[in-house]
Design a protein around this ligand. Sequence first.
Ligand SMILES: [Fe+2]
Length: 229
Amino acid sequence: MEDVTGTQPPLLYPPYASTILRAPRRPLIRLPLNTSDFGAPVYGYHDIGPADTDLTRQHVGEPLGERIIVAGQVKDEDGRPVANTLVEIWQCNAAGRYIHAIDDHPAPLDPNFTGAGRAITDGEGRYRFVTIKPGAYPWRNHPNAWRPAHIHFSLFGQSFASRLVTQMYFPNDPLFAHDPIYQSVPDVRARERMVSQFDLSLTEPVWALGYRFDIVLRGADSTPFEGRT
Ligand SMILES: [Fe+2]
């Protein structure tokens, strides 16, 4: 058995204040899977189109900010590509503001940016998005708390029960040392697996910088996922 100690964040991590309220206080109960949990499609009602993978083309105009390409490969614990996986992302705009009712911090919304996308991995487990580099934003976890720039990722396997959620960061962010969500992953090398890598080969000249974010679903090299038990 591979040693996976410290690769995943605990459900309760008091410096991340919300976990105090939402972490289970009683032993977990494993729900029995029934037949509807197997093989049930979890894709949206509509087929994925070009605007789903290009978040800069979902409105009449182009969003403000630094256009970027985020691409990578989804792999299992043996390094094998995981094809046909639904990858969903959501993020704030370049100013650090989400289109969300409870995000009221004083930064502008962008009428040309929603901040949500989805893609299906190809036969080699690869996905690719075009988007805008998200800004850092303040939150109320502790005094003067700021989140490092990040993109939220959700991955679905073959059924709804197989959903995994994580966050992708950008290299060398000075806020890592001050972010309890990043710090909640005990193993330092596992934390770094949440950080994308600048990749010149993904960069398109005169158009957009490229960042690579490979995702490993399980095992000792697993990407840290939220709420995994
Ligand atoms: Fe966020």
